[in-house]
Design a binder for this molecule. Structure first.
Ligand SMILES: [Zn+2]
Length: 281
């Protein structure tokens, strides 16, 4: 990472990149990156989505399924059920490809069993895990419905994988950035209050007392340019700051967003290290 910071792009001065957290909760983080370039920000976005390891159910052995749901659909649902995958939980777990075992073993997988008789709805909490820390993130995801005396019995095996192979291994449900919006007013023209009403996100507020249009929560601007189109005299213009970004990561709960970011940066760092090693040799 440090090496990337020091790189000069297009002959410009090395950047003084700064990062500031805007919002953060359990499953979501929004932060602002200043003085960065698109290729770097986009590399982090792509790695966060595609190359950060996560657990998901990969093999399902169905012993019995009397429900109306097809086995394939049930297996697909189990695959998409978020499984706890934070760094502490999956530490030491091998990748299935790199494990010595034939198919799967406790060093490269976590097994779940499900055994339920109807009537009733089977929820994700009914999956019982062989590992006390690794379980379904949410208890109340409905998996299937059983009628009177119908039975379901299966074993599901979760393995570590990557978003580039299947969406179920993507740790992020949202991972996106946009350039920082920039709204400018042409002070030479007459104030056009109509353009404030055109904003679908209510960012612009006409203040007739001070004869101005006030901008509230600029970061929420989607740069749709509705205000620009509504303005007849070109009073308002919407652009963006090319080197400042608003980055948002939301996860499915399997791992905290800051861990996704940390892991993505580590992976990017490893790639940079390979270039450094190659250059030195
Ligand atoms: Zn194994």
């Amino acid at each position: 990472m440090m090496v990337l910071d020091d790189l000069e792009v297009n002959g410009e001065e090395g950047s003084n990149m700064e990062i500031e957290v805007k919002n953060k909760d359990e499953n979501e983080i929004t932060f602002i990156i200043r003085d960065a370039e698109v290729p770097l920000v986009n590399a982090i976005r792509r790695i966060a989505m595609m190359e950060v390891p996560k657990l998901a159910i990969e093999d399902v052995n169905i012993v019995q399924n009397d429900s109306a749901m097809f086995n394939e659909v049930l297996a697909h649902r189990l695959g998409l059920t978020p499984i706890v995958s934070d760094i502490a939980a999956i530490e030491g777990l091998n990748l299935a490809d790199e494990c010595d075992c034939e198919d799967y073993c406790p060093s490269c997988s976590v097994s779940f069993t499900l055994n339920k008789t109807g009537p009733g709805i089977v929820y994700s909490k009914d999956l019982s895990s062989t590992d006390s820390t690794i379980k379904s993130v949410y208890d109340t995801i409905p998996l299937l419905k059983l009628k009177n005396d119908e039975n379901v019995e299966l074993e599901a095996v979760a393995k570590i994988g990557f978003g580039k192979d299947h969406a179920k291994w993507m740790p992020t449900t949202v991972c996106s950035y946009k350039q920082y919006p920039k709204i400018t007013f042409n002070e030479d023209k007459e104030v056009d209050y109509g353009c404030a009403e055109a904003c679908p996100r209510g960012i612009l507020k006409a203040d007739k007392r001070s004869k101005k249009i006030k901008v509230q929560n600029l970061e929420n601007c989607s740069m749709c340019k509705s205000c620009f189109r509504a303005s007849e005299n070109g009073y308002i213009d919407v652009g963006f700051e090319p080197n400042n970004f608003i980055f948002r990561i939301e996860t499915d709960g399997a791992m905290p967003p800051e861990e996704v970011l940390l892991k993505a940066c580590e992976i990017l760092g490893e790639k940079a290290d390979k270039f450094i090693k190659f250059s030195k040799e």
